[in-house]
Design a protein around this ligand. Structure first.
Ligand code: MG
Length: 243
């Protein structure tokens, strides 16, 4: 193979590399998942459908007491929220969920759960198929802050995907120096595009940042409905140097 690239081209602005630079490091190889949604080779699998060994109960720090069956986990109402033992910050996260096929309740009472990044920032999980609710509590809302750009819900009982790009907030001491940002693709449809978060999730209160560590667990919510989850994995982001 001959030389790849050029050594006589102009330097890119603000970079030590030239246009098409032959000495620029090549990107590391990642083997993509076999099919859409499957974990790529560098993913950390948080739930592979077999057991909850990577999860604990938020209530008491003991075993996560949700049901595992046929490759998915299901909320057991009353057992409380669960979280991963794994803690992480900036990431690409994939998670699949299904609202109960048997439709019960309305508004916030139908298929409610939640995906909490760092245990603090909720992306709403709700069955909003033919089920209106307040806009900032909609399926895929950044709960209490931003409705999704569009409502891309599948029918209750059908599997739905969230593909998330998460940038954790940065603190210096007590001071917020950069807010959190979230991009969310729901069933292949962009519903948040690098949206700036106002702070952690609350109910009927104004969100307000408070300092926390640069990593945290993924938390899933028990809101009293038997919502299912499967195929949960993430890839840490922010460690690649492109020069
Ligand atoms: Mg919720």
């Amino acid at each position: 193979m001959g030389k790849l690239g050029y050594d006589d081209t102009p330097f890119l602005p603000g970079s030590k590399y030239r246009v098409h630079d032959s000495s620029r490091p090549h990107p590391p190889v990642v083997v993509p998942g076999a099919g859409p949604g499957d974990p790529p080779s560098d993913a950390v699998v948080l739930f592979d459908g077999t057991d909850l060994s990577g999860w604990v109960s938020v209530k008491d720090g003991g075993e996560a007491r949700w049901k595992v069956e046929d490759g998915y986990m299901e909320v057991v109402p009353g057992t409380g929220n669960i979280r991963t033992k794994e803690e992480f910050g900036d990431c690409q996260l994939h998670i699949e969920w299904a609202a109960p096929a048997e439709v019960r309740g309305e508004s916030q009472g139908r298929g409610n759960s939640g995906v909490f990044l760092m245990g603090l920032y909720e992306i709403q999980v709700l069955d909003c198929y033919d089920n209106p609710t307040y806009a900032d509590g909609w399926t895929a809302a950044i709960y209490g802050q931003y409705p999704p750009l569009v409502s891309a819900c599948r029918r209750p009982g059908e599997w739905q995907t969230y593909d998330i790009i998460w940038e954790a907030p940065r603190f210096e001491g007590d001071r917020l120096v950069r807010p959190a940002y979230l991009t969310l693709i729901h069933n292949g449809v962009v519903v948040h595009n690098h949206t700036e978060l106002m702070g952690p999730t609350g109910h009927r209160i104004m969100p307000q940042y408070r300092p926390h560590p640069p990593v945290g667990p993924l938390m899933l919510q028990d809101h009293g409905d038997p919502v299912r989850f499967r195929n949960i994995w993430y890839r840490p982001l922010g460690e690649y140097d492109r020069g």
